[in-house]
Write a protein of this length. Structure first.
Length: 157
């Protein structure tokens, strides 16, 4: 059992480190959005996707082990149980899981702000495109009544 707990702690620590990197990238993404640097936005989103895939792989290993741990301990959640020994592996696992939840909440908050900022930038771009389109159609309307003088050139001699 101790091996299983240590494995869960190790996986949880790895996930926590990846989530910290993800939070950092979310903050960088906010800066890139505010500066409207499309190359940086694309690069950061690609990096975030890679980290998300790595987190998913960790979850594939963590969830079955965690479920068997809960089944063995006959508990519904590690958060429902109070442990007497704060230095035990189970308490350490609980602490790491609390940290993971905290980081995930921060990531969600930052990503929500980023989505809001992206929507604002999108609306501005959409408005500008409509404005440019209207200007062009106005120009076309003006030009349809203007006809340049015609010239006839005869090349016969």
């Amino acid at each position: 059992m101790s091996y299983e707990i240590k494995t869960l702690i190790e996986i949880a620590h790895n996930k926590l480190n990846l989530l910290k990197m993800l939070l950092e990238l979310s903050e960088k993404l906010g800066i890139a959005i505010s500066s409207q640097n499309l190359d940086d936005i694309k690069k950061i989103l690609s990096e975030k996707q890679g980290i998300i895939e790595r987190v998913d792989m960790l979850d594939v290993n963590f969830v079955p082990a965690y479920n068997s741990f809960k089944k063995e301990k006959k508990i519904d959640s590690i958060f429902d149980v109070v442990f007497n020994n704060p230095s035990s592996d189970i308490s350490r696992l609980k602490g790491v899981l609390i940290d993971i939840k905290s980081i995930m909440d921060k990531i969600k908050e930052k990503d929500d702000k980023n989505i809001e900022a992206l929507n604002i930038v999108y609306k501005k771009a959409e408005t500008k495109l409509v404005e440019l389109s209207n200007q062009k159609s106005g120009y076309i309307e003006y030009m349809k009544y203007y006809s340049p003088e015609s010239y006839f050139v005869d090349k016969k001699r």
